[in-house]
Write a protein that binds this ligand. Structure first.
Ligand SMILES: [Zn+2]
Length: 264
């Protein structure tokens, strides 16, 4: 994954067939897990789904590489149940052995991380089996997802929960953020008013990150609870209308001045 917080996959190979545009007004409330019944790459899935009436949103290959094949905002054909398709994200996993079926450690790790990132993004809560994470077999008469619902289930879900805790806790997620090795801070979620003449909005919590917007004194920004200290500043963040996560400095690390004031 290029960016877990933004759900930016290593590769996008978007299908134009065997999926449905939009979600017919339904909301995402679950993740459905699958196994390939083979060892496919993202391109391998893409090729199979050109002629098979099936699709899924993501494929996690045996090397951990993640491919997006259907955008989250569209409906993939994976659960064998239309209602479940409309309300879920389908995640496929490559097998590295067939007798018994088994996914690789790196596939398990990246699949679980993806589940955590999806639960966070769509507000599904901590990953829990049968609550917001389901096996394909819950919706159809199938043995899918094999080991992920069997011998590898406990390890998979433990990792998904650990990643979720790390991504939503006071400490920022490891992996993609420049703030990963800095101390986490708690930011009070809510509306803030810009209390300086101009305040840059950046693509990451770092003074070296790209400036993507700028706020002027008196403008309002809605921050979530996430916070981190990096490059000598306390950073907060918000989700832009595009869905991208944006970062903004609240104050220098010594809190000598506040650039943002919590709206009363
Ligand atoms: Zn399946």
């Amino acid at each position: 994954m290029k960016d877990w917080n933004n759900l930016d996959a290593d590769e996008n190979l978007i299908l134009t067939t065997h999926m449905t545009k939009g979600r017919q007004g339904r909301k995402i409330d679950k993740i459905v897990l699958h196994h390939n019944g083979g060892n496919l790459t993202g391109k391998g899935c893409y090729d199979v789904w050109q002629t098979r009436e099936a699709s899924a949103h993501y494929q996690v290959a045996s090397d951990g590489r993640i491919t997006q094949l259907v955008w989250d905002t569209d409906t993939a054909w994976h659960a064998g149940d239309w209602n479940a398709n409309l309300t879920s994200i389908g995640v496929e996993h490559a097998d590295v052995s067939s007798d018994p079926w088994r996914i690789s450690d790196v596939t398990l790790d990246n699949g679980a991380h993806l589940v955590a990132a999806l639960c966070k993004r769509y507000g599904l809560g901590r990953p829990q089996w049968g609550v917001n994470v389901f096996p394909h077999s819950h919706f159809s008469a199938t043995a899918c997802p094999a080991s992920i619902a069997g011998g590898q289930r406990a390890a998979y879900m433990a990792k998904a929960q650990a990643y979720y805790d790390s991504m939503t806790g006071s400490h920022p997620a490891t992996g993609s953020s420049p703030a990963a090795n800095t101390g986490g801070v708690n930011v009070v979620a809510g509306a803030y008013v810009v209390a300086c003449d101009a305040l840059n909005v950046r693509s990451a919590p770092s003074t070296g990150a790209k400036v993507v917007a700028s706020y002027k004194r008196g403008q309002t920004v809605n921050l979530d609870h996430w916070g981190a200290i990096a490059d000598g500043y306390i950073w907060g963040r918000y989700t832009a209308y595009s869905g991208a996560i944006r970062y903004i400095a609240l104050a220098p690390a010594d809190k000598s001045v506040w650039y943002l004031a919590l709206k009363k």
